[in-house]
Design a protein around this ligand. Structure first.
Ligand code: SAM
Ligand code: SF4
Length: 358
């Protein structure tokens, strides 16, 4: 893995300028915003606030995971500082993720402050749902706009097998609590796995329809060393053909600003998304970077280059300028895209999704 420490070159109008690949594209963006070498403006940060989780999903983690020691994890104050600097650089959407974000002690302290950050228009969270029956009202009150909840199956035994330790009942309660707290258009995320949940895709869609939820199907990504991915991979195309036998699916031009492509079912509000990193590369419009719980800034989910913010934070406590410079510098290592292939057996990226933040 690279340990890049880059110095930014900043133009008089505050734009980062590493490679004059598309200068004219950069100039079209507001001054002082984050623009990468390919002219893509970064407005979306995914912030992982813990690598820990109360589940051990087979596609996401090894059975025996070693989690980070506490001193290697950003404090909640450091998370807030990082988010604040990103927002000052034009980021307007932030997703809190993990690991399971709601197992982080005092997570609400951070979330309340993020919810009050001027300029952060869209604070959202991805959760496994297990803690939502406790936290949904507080998340709503703090200003979290929308929730994504992972749900790969509606069958309790299968859920236990996939998550190794999870309780499906708690997730159902969490979904109900989110609805009761006033969250609308909550999105379910289902990782597609041949021979594991592929006979349930239609039932998951029906569940989404019955509960006025959206649903995205995700192609499994080769993150972290896990055996057998090759056997379970299913393309979005195949899943969609399968679903089209039961539901009328109308392609939609809508976008949530992410990599999902959406279909609608006539007469309903439900959107069915497909996130297809293998079969449809979505890198050319990428607007995001990811921050791990360790403070590593990954400009691309599918590559191993990172810029380490924790030393910058700890060498300059309370100072925003060095952090700002480092974040601008990261634009110089944002690659054009990932190159996941369908060779799923060898991990193409050495870290697990729970490390990078999904
Ligand atoms: N714990 C929370 C959850 O499960 O929603 C948030 C973090 S989790 C890493 C975020 C998302 O990543 C989940 O929807 C999960 O299904 C997905 N994910 C994890 N590993 C994956 C993989 N190898 N390929 C595709 N999606 C994956
Ligand atoms: Fe935990 Fe989410 Fe990974 Fe499952 S997918 S192990 S719930 S972080």
């Amino acid at each position: 893995m690279h340990n890049e420490t880059l110095r930014p070159e900043t133009t008089p109008n505050g734009l980062s300028s590493f490679s004059p690949l598309i200068d004219s594209a950069k100039l079209a963006h507001p001054p002082g915003t984050l623009v990468d070498r390919y002219g893509r403006r970064i407005t979306y940060v995914r912030l992982s606030i813990t690598d820990r989780c109360d589940f051990r999903c087979t596609y996401c983690m090894a059975e025996e995971m070693t989690f980070l020691p506490r001193h290697e994890v950003m404090s909640l104050e450091e998370c807030l500082q990082v988010a604040t600097v990103f927002v000052s650089l034009g980021v307007n959407k932030l997703r809190i993720t993990g690991g399971e974000p709601l197992v982080r002690k005092n997570a609400m302290w951070l979330i309340e402050r993020l919810g009050a950050l001027p300029g952060l228009d869209n604070l959202v969270m991805t959760s496994n749902g297990s803690q939502l029956d406790r936290f949904a009202p507080a998340l709503k009150a703090a200003g979290v706009r929308r929730l994504n909840i992972s749900l790969d199956t509606l069958n309790a035994d299968r859920f236990k097998a996939i998550t190794r330790i999870g309780d499906l009942g708690k997730v159902f309660n969490g979904i109900a609590a989110a609805q009761a707290a006033g969250f609308r258009r909550t999105k379910l995320n289902a990782v597609m796995m041949r021979g594991i949940n592929d006979n349930e895709f239609g039932d998951l869609v029906q569940f989404a329809l019955d509960n006025e939820l959206d649903l995205s199907f995700i192609e499994e990504m080769p993150l972290g060393e896990i055996h057998g991915r090759q056997n379970t991979y299913i393309s979005s195309e195949e899943a969609r053909e399968h679903l089209a036998r039961r539901f009328e699916l109308i392609p939609s031009t809508e976008s949530s600003g992410g990599p999902a492509r959406y279909w609608r079912i006539p007469g309903t509000e439900t959107r069915i998304g497909f996130i297809s990193p293998h079969s449809h590369n979505f890198c050319d419009t990428c607007n995001r970077v990811r921050i791990t719980a360790k403070g590593e800034l990954y400009p691309c989910l599918g590559q191993n280059d990172a810029l380490h913010l924790l030393p910058v934070l700890r060498d300059h406590p309370g100072q925003d300028a060095p952090l700002r410079e480092a974040i601008i510098a990261s634009m110089g290592i944002k690659p054009f895209g990932h190159d996941f292939t369908q060779q799923m057996e060898a991990p193409q990226v050495v870290r697990f999704m729970s490390m990078t933040g999904g």
